[in-house]
Design a protein around this ligand. Structure first.
Ligand SMILES: [Mg+2]
Length: 130
């Protein structure tokens, strides 16, 4: 991650983009996220079908890279350690969404990610303001 952060920092500095506003980067993350989402407009293909579509996968790679690069740019410009904040959030999510509970629920459910246990946990956290 540190090497990637260094490359991003170098890329920004070389173009004098190292003073971009965080709000502009947040907008760019969402714009690129929308471009990624557009690739799935009017369809709802399962994972294996998407993985098997070479053309779509190439388009996904490009848009996903755009999102990831803007995310890294924001972290770098704000002086945040990307790996550290990702690991902290994963630890939080591990606690928030107990694997055993969600795995058991997924076996019963649709596997769509909209299963009951997930939403119960999510709603409870929102009520607590977390
Ligand atoms: Mg793009």
């Amino acid at each position: 991650m540190k090497d990637l952060e260094k490359s991003v920092k170098k890329f920004l500095k070389a173009r004098r983009w190292d003073t971009l506003r965080p709000s502009d980067l947040a907008k760019s993350i969402m714009i690129e996220g929308a471009e990624l989402l557009e690739l799935f407009q009017w369809e709802n293909l399962p994972l294996e079908e998407v993985k098997g579509d070479k053309e779509k996968l190439e388009a996904i790679k490009k848009e996903l890279a755009d999102v990831l690069i803007y995310c890294l740019e924001m972290a770098v410009l704000l002086g945040l350690d990307s790996e550290k904040i990702i690991r902290a959030k994963l630890a939080h999510s591990n606690k928030k969404y107990p694997a055993k509970l969600l795995r058991a629920n997924a076996q019963k459910g649709s596997g769509s990610g909209a299963d009951t246990a997930y939403w119960k946990i999510k709603k409870a956290y929102r009520r607590k303001g977390k």
